[in-house]
Ligand binder design. Structure first.
Ligand SMILES: [Zn+2]
Length: 271
């Protein structure tokens, strides 16, 4: 299958897809100057490398360690000698083979360990200069890349949806909200989302997400103060099972989202 490739304001977009258990999952890779932002997963090597080969890449940056973003890292470092830059926390994780749950290995493919290089505060990529903005919450190691002159924000998985109804166990809503506020202080116009592509109304989209999460968090705390346990809160707020929850065997779940809301900054469960 030929992957979908396009261009926006000189940024190259490449959408990698995988089919698993009746669902098609995708992730975007972006190219700006000689810089590749995220690598795609290991199951996408045959699909994406013929296109990536034409991009004259000099280096790659990882927004975070998840295998849909980093899974091709080993192949790119071994076969193309491409330097892959990553935040310290990301580097420690991707240095080892990922211990993935079976369904994630089946969907995205394995994520073998690979060598990365330290990520400077500013990444030079030809005419572009990307400022690295720590944006934890989706995962603790997550960073976004901001190009001030172009008004671009490459936000990895910071956005994805403005209305999440499930989450993974590691997510921390308080951190996610602080990260969204941090990037909204920047003067960006366009949001490049790893699962949605280009969002020209990226600022508004992130504001919608922050508003939704703030309201949700408030509601979760109210219900807990009223004496409900985590599972009852999840059932009250989201009575219907989510397709992603069933498909991921509960890795993404409504309960995880409630727990994410109850964690305080840095991931501790709140008072
Ligand atoms: Zn992710």
């Amino acid at each position: 299958m030929t992957p979908y490739a396009s261009e926006y304001e000189g940024v190259r977009l490449l959408s990698g897809t995988v089919d698993a258990a009746g669902r098609t999952m995708g992730v975007y890779l972006f190219g700006a100057g000689g810089l590749l932002i995220d690598t795609g997963s290991s199951r996408m090597i045959a699909q994406l490398t013929p296109v990536l080969r034409t991009w004259n890449l000099e280096q790659a940056v990882l927004t975070h360690y998840h295998e849909d973003h980093s899974g091709m890292g080993r192949w790119l470092t071994e076969h193309w000698n491409l330097p892959v830059l990553a935040a310290e926390a990301t580097r420690r994780i991707v240095a080892e083979d990922a211990p993935l749950p079976d369904y994630r290995k089946a969907v995205w493919g394995p994520r073998p360990g690979f060598e990365t290089r330290p990520l400077p505060g500013v990444v030079d990529a030809g005419i572009y200069r990307f400022h690295v903005i720590p944006t934890p919450g989706h995962s603790a190691d997550h960073v976004s890349l901001y190009e001030p002159r172009q008004g671009w924000l490459f936000a990895g998985d910071l956005y994805v949806t403005d209305h999440p109804r499930v989450s993974m166990a590691e997510e921390v809503t308080a951190d996610l909200l602080a990260s969204i506020r941090r990037v909204l202080d920047l003067d960006f116009r366009v949001l490049f989302c790893a699962h949605r592509g280009v969002l020209e109304d990226g600022r508004e989209a992130l504001k919608r997400k922050a508003d939704y999460l703030e309201r949700l968090r408030e509601r979760v705390y109210q219900l807990r103060e009223a004496g409900l346990g985590e599972e009852d809160i999840a059932q009250t707020l989201f009575p219907q099972p989510e397709p992603l929850e069933i498909w991921s065997s509960g890795d993404f779940s409504r309960l995880n989202l409630v727990r994410a809301c109850l964690k305080t900054t840095g991931g501790k469960t709140g008072p």
